[in-house]
Design a protein around this ligand. Structure first.
Ligand code: ADP
Length: 312
């Protein structure tokens, strides 16, 4: 909230020069308005003299300039936002779609050109690459469609009584092989087996899966991931703690933004779209919950969300 009032960080977010940045223009226009009001006041005092007319004139000029300021900076803000989204979209499409597409093309070329000489193992290896990369492209497209749905407001939720513990237990079982393959000890704790929340099952499962998937993905080279379900002040918490790469402090404010991927994720060469946490935040907030995290670079992160306890 306070960050949105800071023109410097807002301008950085849009990645445009100061003179194209709505927040900076708002400050400049504000100064111009104050100067214009003072000048109008003095001109009116010396030319007109009547205090009532002077006040009305100054008020009129002030109000007119204020409305103009609002309209201009608002249009600039929309343009800056659209331009940011466009470059993010181009970036994501060029990087995230191009890489799997290139892998698919390479594998197909190999399978076709060496049809006579390849062994069964070689064939299997290239079929796996084809499967993995088409799944990556599918995931990106699904995420883009989800974001579009959320933004257009066509985002229906069908709430039922849900046990976060049951979902977490199932996910931990499913992710065990992935964790073991990455040399990660995956643990699960639940304090109270009767906790229930009111949530849309499919959406909440997707959010829980995303937080767990991230924890394992960004703990490359071995470590620990601990999943917990517990209650605090009439809220049920789902928490995933990892001993992974962590998120640099300067990047932490952007973590729930669309398409944002920390430098760490690129360094670790992980695939991803930077949309999962953005979707998670929207989903949790729509269900009346809160989401957050704490993180230390090279030490690890803890991501959590909570939802109100469902009363029986
Ligand atoms: P993706 O993982 O597909 O890139 P997300 O929206 O799920 O997208 O995450 C956004 C970014 O937040 C990631 O790219 C990564 O840089 C950072 N991140 C998320 N979870 C973790 C974590 N547990 N540890 C370190 N960084 C994380």
């Amino acid at each position: 909230m306070l960050d949105s009032l800071n023109p410097v960080s807002s301008c950085k977010k849009y990645g445009v020069s100061a003179w194209q940045c709505p927040q900076f223009l708002f400050v400049v226009m504000g100064i111009i308005i104050i100067c214009a009001i003072v000048i109008t006041y003095f001109l009116a005092i010396f030319r007109i003299g009547n205090p009532a007319v002077v006040s009305l004139l100054v008020l009129g000029v002030g109000a007119f300039l204020l409305i103009m300021n609002f309209v201009i900076t608002n249009s600039f803000e929309r343009m800056a936002e659209a331009s940011k989204l466009k470059s993010e979209f181009i970036h994501i499409v060029s990087h995230q779609l191009r890489a799997p597409l290139t892998n698919i093309k390479f594998s197909l070329d190999f399978l076709v050109s060496t049809k006579m000489t390849q062994t069964r193992e070689q064939q299997q290896e290239y079929y796996d690459i084809l499967r993995e990369n088409s799944a990556r492209m599918g995931e990106l497209i699904d995420n883009l469609l989800t974001v579009a749905k959320i933004e257009s407001g066509s985002f229906p939720l069908s709430k039922t009584e849900v046990s976060l513990e049951n979902i977490a237990q199932k996910l931990v079982q499913e992710f065990k092989p992935f964790a073991t393959a990455s040399n990660i000890k995956l643990m699960f704790f639940s304090a109270d087996h009767s906790l229930k929340v009111s949530a849309d099952f499919l959406w909440i499962e997707q959010v829980m899966e995303n937080l767990l998937d991230n924890a394992i993905k960004y703990t490359k080279g071995g470590g620990e991931v601990i999943v917990k379900i517990y209650q605090k002040k009439r809220r049920v918490f789902y928490e995933v703690q990892d001993s992974g790469v962590g998120i640099p402090k300067k990047e932490q404010t952007f973590i729930f933004e669309k398409f944002f991927r920390s430098d760490n994720s690129f360094k670790k060469q992980t695939g991803g779209t930077g949309l999962g946490l953005h979707i998670a935040k929207k989903v949790i907030e729509r269900m009346g919950g809160e989401i957050g995290f704490s993180s230390k670079e090279n030490k690890g992160s803890t991501f959590w969300f909570n939802l109100p306890v469902k009363k029986n």
